[in-house]
Design a protein around this ligand. Structure first.
Ligand SMILES: *Cc1c(COP(=O)(O)O)cnc(C)c1O
Length: 236
C-alpha cells in the first residue's frame, strides 16, 4: 500500500471516529484532499485510493493539474475546488476550470466569476469566506457583512451559493477551536434561513479537524495528513 493510500485510510478513520463521537453520520462529511505544491503523481496515488475531490490554492498550479488530468480515465469523476486567495485578474481561470470556489469575500470577485463562468458549465459552487477569528488576516468578511454579500451572491445566475468557509487563526486548544467553529455553524444556520440551498460548511484542516466535525463541518480540507509536509522551496 502506498503512503498516500495509507494516510487517506487513516484520515477517513479519523473522520468516522470524530463523527461517531458526536453522533453524526460520516457520510455528511466530504474529504477534500488539499494537493497544493504536490506533483500530479501524488494526486494520482490519491485517486487510485478512491479520492475524487481535490483542493488547490494557486490558480495556475491548479489549472495546470486540471488540464493534466483532463484525459485521465477518472476525469469525469474528479471535483476541483479552488481554496486559495483570489485576485480579480485570475478569476477567469477559476470560473472556467473549477467546480467550486471557497474564497469569495467581495461582490466584485463574485460578479466577475458570474460573468466569466462559461454557459456550457453548471453554475460555479461558491462559499463565502468568513474572517471568524484571525484579525491579522485580510481574507474573509466579518460576520456582520455576511447577509448583504450572501443576498447579492445568491442573485447571480451562474453562481450557486453553497455555504461558508473559514480558516480560523491557529489554535492548539480543542475547546477554543470548538468555540470558533460553533460560531461558524450558527452563521450557516442563519444563512440557511434565507438561502436553504446553502448546505456546506468548509472548515477543519489537519490540526483542527475533530473540533470542526464536532461543530458541524460538512467539508474538511486536509493536506498534510494525506500528502505529508509541504516543501515550498523545492521546484514543483
Ligand atoms: C493548505 C490549506 C489547507 C490544508 O492544510 P493542512 O494543515 O495541510 O491540512 C486547508 N485549507 C486551506 C485554505 C489551505 O490553504
Amino acid at each position: 500500500m502506498s503512503t498516500i493510500e495509507h494516510n487517506l485510510q487513516d484520515v477517513r478513520r479519523r473522520i468516522a471516529a470524530a463523527a461517531a463521537e458526536c453522533g453524526r453520520d460520516a457520510k455528511e462529511i466530504t474529504l477534500l484532499a488539499v494537493s497544493k505544491t504536490k506533483p500530479a503523481s501524488a494526486l494520482e496515488e490519491a485517486m487510485a485510493a478512491g479520492q475524487r475531490a481535490f483542493g488547490e490554492n494557486y490558480v495556475q498550479e491548479g489549472v495546470d493539474k486540471i488540464r493534466a488530468f483532463a484525459a485521465h480515465p477518472l476525469a469525469a469523476e474528479l471535483v476541483w475546488h479552488f481554496i486559495g486567495p483570489l485576485q480579480s485578474n485570475k478569476s477567469r481561470l477559476v470560473a472556467e476550470h473549477f467546480a467550486w470556489c471557497h474564497t469569495v469575500d467581495r461582490l466584485k470577485i463574485a460578479t466577475r466569476l458570474n460573468e466569466q463562468r462559461p454557459a456550457s458549465l453548471p453554475p460555479l459552487n461558491v462559499l463565502i469566506q468568513v474572517n471568524i477569528s484571525d484579525e491579522a488576516s485580510k481574507a474573509g468578511i466579518p460576520l456582520a457583512a455576511l447577509p448583504a454579500l450572501a443576498d447579492a451572491v445568491a442573485a447571480l445566475p451562474h453562481l450557486r451559493l453553497r455555504g461558508l468557509m473559514a480558516i480560523p487563526a491557529p489554535e492548539s486548544d480543542y475547546a477554543r477551536q470548538l468555540a470558533v467553529f460553533r460560531e461558524m455553524a450558527e452563521a450557516l444556520a442563519a444563512l440557511q434561513a434565507r438561502h436553504p440551498q446553502a448546505d456546506t460548511l468548509s472548515m477543519g484542516m489537519t490540526d483542527d479537524m475533530p473540533a470542526a466535525i464536532a461543530a458541524g463541518s460538512t467539508m474538511v480540507r486536509i493536506g498534510t495528513a494525506i500528502f505529508g509536509a509541504r516543501d515550498y522551496g523545492a521546484p514543483q
